[in-house]
Design a protein around this ligand. Structure first.
Ligand SMILES: [Zn+2]
Length: 106
């Protein structure tokens, strides 16, 4: 189960994994397979098929998930507050205006 990145509620994800493993016993059988299949040559008897499939499924999961009809909108880029960094920077035009004002007065 993944988490919706908008409302942070659990969201079901359809995993469309294309796992076409064909278990074969040797290289020759692997060569005879249609290209559609990924040969899994089983030479040892203790092949960890479960963890192998698990890896495939994890790879097929989307990085982020959303509810398709999730109404909560993200607010990135819509910050109402002014950024403090902008205010601390001196405005070159206001500096020029100040200089010009001094020149006019003298
Ligand atoms: Zn959601």
């Amino acid at each position: 189960m993944q988490t919706c990145q908008r409302c942070l509620e659990p969201v079901g994800v359809d995993v469309d994994a294309e796992v076409n493993l064909a278990v074969v016993l040797n290289e020759e059988q692997a060569k005879n397979l249609p290209r559609y299949y990924d040969p899994l040559i089983v030479e040892a008897e203790d092949v960890e098929l479960l963890s192998l499939i698990e890896d495939e499924l994890i790879l097929s999961l989307p990085l982020v998930s959303y509810h398709e009809d999730c109404t909560i909108q993200t607010s990135f880029g819509e910050a109402g507050e002014a950024e403090p960094e902008e205010e601390s920077k001196p405005n070159p035009f206001s500096v020029l205006a100040a200089l010009k004002g001094k020149a006019d007065k003298s």
